[in-house]
Design a protein around this ligand. Structure first.
Ligand code: ADP
Ligand code: TZD
Ligand code: MG
Length: 573
């Protein structure tokens, strides 16, 4: 079909946008069609862009965010106005919260109608609604401004602390005709969109002095460090200083989890005992108990512990957000860690054996305890026994990407499944949001071509489960493992009224594997470790879309997984 209706001496908004995207290196669009996006997507495909079309905008948005995290280029998502826009907004806000660069582009109604609230088809003041939920929001009112609009969106998404950007394009702009010479000059190829930010030498020195004086130093690597793609500098820093480190969830694999200096298996010990903690691309938010309280060895939940912090971060306002930061180092992680590496002389003293030995002792103890649990082969499976199979598979295929969401399904996977390569673990992130699963899995497969294993709580999977059709349609090498324990945290809750089931309980023994079969993919039910291992081997070897319904003991989980402490009812008990 010929979709090009432009006179030879002019172009239009549709094509200007395509040209602007291509000029800035965008190769893939994550989208869901509808006026005026349908035509745009057809033209984009005709112009050579890859279009991945989803069943719900939230999943398209999550895919764009994950693509942004994996590539350091903004992932781009297209939605229609009002309801489509709102469906995409959760992903935009989540991307911003997690510091992932993405651009949400939505078609919208004309301002004249919206501002007078005259009731257009899918009318909504989208720009105003998006603004507080993202890093930046722009609207283009003339097609000749599309180049500037996209350039601003790209810069806002990837420079400094990355985040989500909203770009509002009223339907009219797509169809506007622009003289060809004006159009050409209106495009901008963004030069150096995420410029290096070199840290001040004094800041690096202050931090190093603190680190040098430490008796029990600890580094904490966050997903900002993984995002920075400064893997070699970080490895060199950790190994040449000898400092024990803890990876935050998505920083697992930045250094291999079986690294001798990893303190993951002694996490509570090192957090409580370290005297100087160096945060590298990790915020002191709830995931690190805000830097205070009992986790950090203080006497009571609100008390400040006796400890000093170094924080390496690109955001100049992140330091002191929870507790005092003694040595903030502001800059991009690649430049900062390179500066540390350059300043560390041959006279560097590695941490005392008293500290590293105490960590090693606890690690050994905890790891052998874990090995015992993992070796068990109960029927039905527990989270641990099922995950021992996934653990072995990732060890064998460290290039595979692990997507992970749920409560118990998340927490057990994080602690059991070791990662060996950077940016191979994608999960619920800073918000602990459910619903990232299939969007992240699609993005991981599309942007890397590697096998994807998505370990999903049965509840978590439900948030984006319809995208199994998308996975089959694009024939993506995604293997979904539904950890089926019959509900949210499990399937054993009782309703005291005795009529409906309890709010956390799902249909027992649901056949999730049939969902994948419905679209031509492989669907397998696995009730034992051997069955799970066989199905997973086949899925990864074949690269066929697969869903494994892993039957887990419905009483094996705990309420809220490992965040029970945040639960007011549990606190009261
Ligand atoms: P985690 O959840 O893994 O602890 P967070 O999302 O809390 O990680 O923190 C990531 C931090 O990394 C943010 O404060 C962000 O500003 C920072 N960051 C992101 N990219 C870079 C970069 N390239 N250089 C330096 N800091 C970065
Ligand atoms: N809605 C959204 C968008 N995010 C959330 N985090 C929640 C609701 C609350 N929630 C959790 O924090 S975990 C979870 C919900 C609904 C699901 C847990 O059940 P699961 O995992 O089956 O996915 P387990 O393995 O049964 O614990
Ligand atoms: Mg469950």
């Amino acid at each position: 079909m010929n979709t090009d209706t432009r006179p030879p001496e002019a172009t239009d908004g549709f094509h200007l946008l395509i040209d602007a995207l291509k000029l800035n290196g965008v190769e893939t669009l994550f989208a869901l069609p509808g006026i005026p996006i349908t035509d745009f997507l057809r033209m984009a495909q005709a112009a050579g862009l890859r279009v991945i079309s989803f069943r719900h905008e939230q999943n398209a948005g999550h895919a764009a965010a994950a693509a942004g995290y994996l590539t350091r280029q903004p992932g781009v998502c297209f939605t229609v106005s009002a309801p489509g826009f709102l469906n995409g907004l959760t992903a935009l806000a989540n991307a911003t919260t997690n510091c992932f660069p993405m651009i949400l582009v939505s078609g919208s109604s004309e301002r004249e109608v919206v501002d007078l609230q005259q009731g257009d088809y899918e009318e909504m003041d989208q720009l105003a609604i998006a603004r507080p939920l993202c890093k930046a929001a722009f609207r283009v009112l003339h097609a000749e401004d599309i180049g500037v609009g996209l350039a601003r969106a790209v810069r806002a998404a990837v420079s400094g602390r990355p985040g989500g950007v909203y770009l509002d394009l009223p339907a009219k702009v797509f169809a506007q005709s622009v003289p060809a010479d004006l159009a050409k000059r209106s495009l901008i190829k963004v030069v150096d969109p995420a410029p290096k930010q070199i840290p001040a030498p004094e800041a690096v020195q202050r931090a190093l002095d603190l680190l040098r004086g430490a008796k029990r130093p600890l580094a904490i690597l966050g997903k900002g460090a993984a995002y920075a793609q400064a893997d070699a500098e970080i490895l060199r820093f950790i190994e040449s200083t000898g400092i024990p480190y803890l990876p935050m969830s998505m920083a697992k694999g930045l250094l291999p989890d079986n690294h001798a200096q990893s303190a993951s298996a002694a996490r509570s010990y090192v957090l409580a005992e370290a005297d100087v903690v160096m945060l590298v691309g990790a915020r002191l938010n709830w995931l690190l108990s805000h830097g205070k309280g009992k986790t950090w060895g203080a006497a009571s939940p609100k008390a400040h512990a006796d400890r000093q912090f170094i924080q390496v971060d690109i955001s100049p306002t992140e330091a002191d957000s929870n507790v005092a930061i003694d040595a903030p180092v502001v800059g991009d992680i690649g430049s900062c860690i390179a500066a540390f590496n350059a300043a560390i002389g041959a006279d560097w003293t590695r941490p005392a054996g008293e500290w590293t030995g105490a960590i090693a002792e606890r690690k050994d103890r905890n790891l052998s305890k874990m090995a015992e649990t993992l070796a068990k082969d109960p029927s039905p499976m527990t989270f641990q026994s099922a995950l021992s199979v996934i653990r072995d598979k990732i060890k064998e295929r460290p290039d595979a990407i692990l997507v992970n969401e749920g409560a118990n399904a998340l927490d057990f996977t994080r602690s059991i499944v070791d990662m060996y390569e950077p940016r191979k673990r994608l999960d619920v992130g800073t918000w602990g949001v459910m619903g990232i699963g299939m969007g992240f899995a699609v993005a991981a497969a599309v942007t890397t071509g590697k096998p994807v294993i998505a370990v999903e709580g049965d509840s978590a999977f439900g948030f984006s489960g319809m995208e199994v059709e998308t996975i089959c349609r694009y024939q993506l090498p995604v293997c979904i493992v539904v950890m089926n324990n019959n509900g949210v945290y499990g399937g054993t809750d009782q309703n005291p009224r005795g009529d409906d089931v309890a709010p956390t309980v799902f249909v027992k023994d649901a056949r999730y594997e049939l969902l994948m079969q419905a679209f031509g993919g492989e669907g397998v039910r696995a009730a034992t470790k051997a069955e799970l291992a066989r199905a997973l081997d086949e899925a990864v070897a074949s690269g066929q879309p697969t869903l494994i319904n892993a039957v887990i003991d419905e009483s094996a989980g705990t309420e809220s997984g490992r965040i029970t402490s945040l639960n007011p009812a549990a606190k009261k008990k």
